[in-house]
Structures are given as C-alpha cells and as structure tokens.
Design a protein. Structure first.
Length: 155
C-alpha cells in the first residue's frame, strides 16, 4: 500500500468516493445527479488541490482505499510570526471493504508528519458522534474544539 498526496488524476475517483460517502451517511437530499456532482467536484478541486486543499490517500494499485482532506487555513499576522496557518480536517473516508484494518490511522500518521513538515500549528475537526473514539486514539483531545497540537503555539 502506498500513502501519498492526491494528484490531479485522482480527482475523478475522489469525486466518486465523496458521492459514496454522502450516499452512505448523508442526511440531506441530493441537489444534483451523481454525474453532475462529479463534474462540479472536479471543477472545484482542480485549481485548489495541493494549494489550499490537500488530500492524503492510501492507494493500492490504482485504487484509493482511504483518504483524509486537509484545508490549510491562514491565520492573521502577528509580530512573532507573520505567516501562520492551521489545518482543517474534513471528508475522511475509507471504503467499507477496508474499514477497521488500521488504514485510517496509517493515513493520519502521514497527515501528522506532513502537517509538522509544512509548519501547521494544529489540526482541527468536527467529528461525527461515532468517530470520536477514533480521533482520540490518534491523539486529538476531546476538549472544545477538538485539536491535535502539531507544534506549540508561539506568541
């Protein structure tokens, strides 16, 4: 299994996985057909991938088995660090056939190393109720907000 950042050629597969995630867990009705959604998803992400949005993937052969999206959010300048940012974790999904095998934890291990390498201050997310124990196991606090400290805050 290979762990890597998503590439432009992965967008179609990621769009279909997003639809699958919604079909499995979504509570709101679709506002468009699947093909239209896939096209819109690709159009939205193709200019933002690996610039504003980063998708870490677990890949076997040509198939993405799991992914985690991180949006890099720029913080306001301060005298001690003019450019600073944190990561918003979103759209975490593992194909049903590969769940409970540790793949999600392995992807998050790479995400944490990457976040440290690109100097993110912390990661934040808003988990579903059933996923809180997963996030706690990999180091997120249960305080409000849920955050994983990547490096200490500096003033």
């Amino acid at each position: 299994m290979n762990f890597r950042l998503a590439e432009q050629t992965d967008l179609d597969q990621l769009a279909h996985m997003r639809w699958e995630h919604w079909a499995e867990n979504g509570t709101d009705p679709a506002k468009q057909e699947k093909d239209s959604f896939v096209a819109d998803f690709i159009r939205q992400l193709e200019s933002k991938l690996n610039r504003e949005w980063f998708a870490w993937c677990a890949v076997e052969g040509e198939t993405i088995l799991s992914h985690v999206y991180i949006q890099r959010v720029q913080k306001g300048p301060k005298p001690s660090k003019v450019v600073d940012s944190f990561g918003y974790v979103s759209n975490v999904y593992t194909r049903p056939s590969h769940r409970n095998s540790g793949i999600g934890s392995q992807v998050m291990k790479r995400v944490k190393l990457w976040a440290l390498g690109v100097d993110l201050e912390f990661l934040v997310l808003w988990p579903s109720g059933g996923s809180i124990s997963f996030w706690q196991r990999i180091g997120f606090s249960v305080d409000d907000p849920l955050a994983l400290e990547i490096r200490p805050y500096t003033f």
